[in-house]
Design a protein around this ligand. Structure first.
Ligand SMILES: Cc1cc2nc3c(=O)[nH]c(=O)nc-3n(C[C@H](O)[C@H](O)[C@H](O)COP(=O)(O)OP(=O)(O)OC[C@H]3O[C@@H](n4cnc5c(N)ncnc54)[C@H](O)[C@@H]3O)c2cc1C
Length: 385
């Protein structure tokens, strides 16, 4: 039996019906509340190593080649299967540990990420260090076998739900970039506290995170002291590639078509409003072209073992496309797409409003669009500083 046939048969048997409909994807972790089908889907995929299909099997991954991973993606898309797991573990810190971590660190952290046992958050930004991240002030002072960390981080997404944090800290105040190190630690460590920040979209995914004399073993540093900027920048490339990937998924495209026909009427299976039909077709074409380009780039990145500055290009384009998609959906829904609460709106409509507002943040998180354009100018187009 070919890998495609085996995969198709396995998915048919193991993907629960509810997981073949659009819906939320878990980030895992001890705070996660999963329904029965979501739990079964996560556990079954994790047992195959297919939550992290290309990671080595000894670290909880599936050990798949680029080609087989592509087949798995296509077969999941064919049955509209949801991703079994998402989050900073799979898309950011996991790949960074694979690239820079010791064997011991890989064995300690990667299996717990792939199984969904541990959820991670990102401690980069500080009240005085956003785009100019290397200005960060959070200090880590060596003390015997440990570092003692003091300072605060801001905009820490999901800190209140996370089990572990990866953080950029200053181990040397005399040097700017070379004085930064990369630490990982448990959010239940003594001295870690968090304070949620409310967003315009109504949810509270952000936190400010405080570290007061947090003692972290030196062995929890990823790479060497002073090399955190190199690790941190690479992780941002993984992050930007992942944010850029929010453009295009078969489920979302189908939903826009269906919404347009439901809200504006259909004529022979086509959206009746010609202007909206054009807009949806144009978006679908862009999304398809973009999907193919991101796939090609992902294949190149896996074979070259690391992402490139192209991640900045994808971040800009993918976020603009996501903004366009959410804007179009709200436009199609008319006043129904501008609901905040109450019986006058169904769940999908309330979700569309919040997704539209949330999409505005795409061009800020992971590095702003202006900063991405600076990187594209310098690193891809070779323009002078
Ligand atoms: C949804 C969301 C989730 C986030 N999650 C996290 C997280 O989990 N962990 C974390 O550490 N951080 C997180 N952040 C923070 C994010 O990384 C920062 O907001 C971002 O890097 C910008 O920093 P800043 O907000 O301090 O803005 P600033 O750096 O103060 O920028 C303000 C404005 O100036 C512009 N600007 C700055 N420098 C330049 C320049 N050199 N050239 C041109 N324009 C410039 C920017 O583009 C922006 O428009 C998140 C942000 C968002 C929106």
């Amino acid at each position: 039996m070919s890998f495609r046939e085996e995969t198709r048969a396995w998915l048919e048997e193991n993907c629960p019906r509810q997981m073949r409909t659009p819906g939320s994807v878990t980030n895992g972790g001890r705070h996660a509340k999963l329904g029965e089908e979501q739990r079964a889907w996560l556990d079954r995929m994790a047992s195959k190593g297919w939550t992290a299909p290309t990671w080595p099997a000894e670290y909880g991954g599936g050990g798949l080649s680029v080609e087989d991973n592509q087949i798995l993606t296509e077969e999941m898309r064919r049955i509209n299967a949801r991703a079994p797991l998402a989050g900073h573990g799979l898309t950011m810190i996991g790949p960074a540990i694979l690239e820079f971590g010791t064997e011991e660190q890989c064995l300690e952290h990667l299996p717990k990420i792939a199984s969904g046992e541990v959820r991670w958050c990102q401690g980069y930004s500080e009240p005085g260090a956003g785009s100019d991240l290397a200005s960060l002030q959070c200090r880590a002072m060596a003390d015997g076998d440990d570092y003692i960390i003091n300072g605060s981080k801001i905009w820490t997404s999901g800190a209140d739900q996370a089990d572990w944090i990866f953080s950029l800290v200053r181990t040397d105040t005399a040097k700017k970039h070379e004085g930064i190190s990369f630490m990982v630690f448990d959010m239940t460590s003594e001295g870690v506290s968090i304070s949620p920040i409310e967003l315009i979209s109504g949810s509270s995914e952000f936190c400010q995170t405080f570290f007061d004399d947090v003692r972290v073993p030196k062995k929890q540093m990823i790479s060497t002291p002073g090399n955190g900027w190199t690790v941190g920048k690479r992780l941002l490339q993984y992050e930007r590639t992942s944010i850029g990937g929010i453009g295009g998924s078969n489920q979302k495209i189908t939903t826009i078509d269906e919404h347009a026909m439901n809200y504006l009427g259909a004529n022979n299976g086509k959206i009746s409003d010609p202007a909206i039909r054009d807009a949806v077709t144009s978006l679908r074409m862009d999304e398809h072209a973009y999907q193919l380009t991101t796939r090609r780039s992902a294949e190149e990145a896996i074979s070259s073992k690391a992402p490139t500055f192209m991640s900045s290009f994808f971040k800009v384009y993918g976020t603009e496309q996501n903004k366009e998609r959410t804007e179009l959906l709200v436009h199609i829904m008319g006043t129904n797409g501008l609901g905040w609460e109450g019986d006058g709106f169904n769940g999908g409509e309330l979700g569309a409003t919040r997704n539209w507002l949330r999409s505005k943040a795409n061009s800020i998180e992971g590095g702003t669009s202006e900063v991405m354009l600076n990187i594209i100018s310098k690193r891809i187009l070779g323009l002078p500083d």
